[in-house]
Design a protein around this ligand. Structure first.
Ligand code: FAD
Length: 247
């Protein structure tokens, strides 16, 4: 049975480390739990906020509704072809941990997106991007649940309407869909490495390393660490290209 807590501190759940309280708070670890939640009075009678890693949310005061912490876990290869695989990743997986897993498995496509904070489920919402790559380049489809009807929905890459830090989930479907998993096409052979960003090229040249999934990921991690403080040490929300204040 789903556990709904009251007056929960959100400090550990946002990268600014802001002390705000949620009137109601619950953690969702499966699609079934979400469906169960949709029928509770706590969900029906007040506003709700889906929360991934809290790295793109700025709390300015307590949240007088229900905060739903997304915690679905799992990574599964669901299809193979000669040079590619389809990987289904549940929305509560930590994005960077997933990228590290891909690097370890020698799966190409997300190495330039190393060290971006947050969860897999939030990644398509603003079409996360860095160092010449965006998640839209590898998304096959996004699975979600309609928060009004509880029905499962699948959005193909085209249906996601991806743009620069944009997608349909920030516009027509804003706050209407619970993203439950993202399926990505990654390369297993003949990787298409993107070293177009000068800083990556310079690091590889300096360290006399030839481009590979691992060396690119390492270079991106080094560049990012030199530019931005670790949110675990100094609270921050990265670059303010489109970060949303939260009231
Ligand atoms: C240090 C730092 C560096 C960053 N660098 C980059 C960068 O290089 N490139 C980049 O693109 N972004 C960057 N960001 C922004 C951030 O990493 C991304 O926006 C990330 O995708 C947010 O993920 P999250 O899980 O923390 O989302 P949250 O902040 O928890 O939520 C963001 C939004 O998504 C919604 N949401 C979350 N999960 C779900 C779900 N499962 N279903 C439906 N809605 C959901 C929330 O309701 C909210 O509206 C950076 C942030 C920080 C702190």
């Amino acid at each position: 049975m789903i556990k709904i807590e009251e007056h929960v501190s959100l400090r550990a759940y946002n990268t600014f480390g802001i002390e705000a309280k949620a009137r109601y708070f619950c953690t969702i670890s499966s699609e079934d739990q979400l469906i169960e939640l949709l029928n509770t009075p706590e969900y029906k009678n007040q506003p709700h906020l889906l929360l991934g890693g809290g790295s793109n949310i700025l709390f300015t005061k307590d949240y007088e509704g229900l905060v739903i912490k997304v915690n679905l876990k799992g990574i599964e290869v669901i299809n193979h072809s000669a040079d590619t695989i389809s990987v289904n990743v549940k929305s509560g997986e930590v994005w960077h941990e997933f990228v590290m897993y891909c690097v370890q498995q020698q799966w190409g496509g997300v190495e330039n997106l190393s060290l971006i904070p947050g969860t897999v489920g939030a990644a398509p919402i603003q079409n996360i991007g860095a160092y010449g790559v965006e998640i839209k380049d590898v998304v096959e489809y996004v699975d979600g649940i309609d928060l009004k009807t509880g029905k499962q929905k699948t959005f193909t890459n085209t249906e996601c309407n991806f743009g620069y830090r944009e997608s349909i989930f920030k516009h027509d479907l804003k706050e209407k869909i619970f993203i439950s998993s993202v399926t990505l096409t990654l390369t297993t052979n003949n990787h298409i490495l993107n070293t177009s960003y000068g800083a990556i090229t310079s690091i590889l040249a300096e360290n006399k390393k030839s481009p590979s999934i691992k060396t690119i990921s390492d270079a991106v991690v080094n560049i990012r660490r030199s530019k931005l403080p670790d949110p675990l040490v100094i609270g921050n929300a990265g670059s303010f290209f489109k970060t949303q204040p939260f009231n």
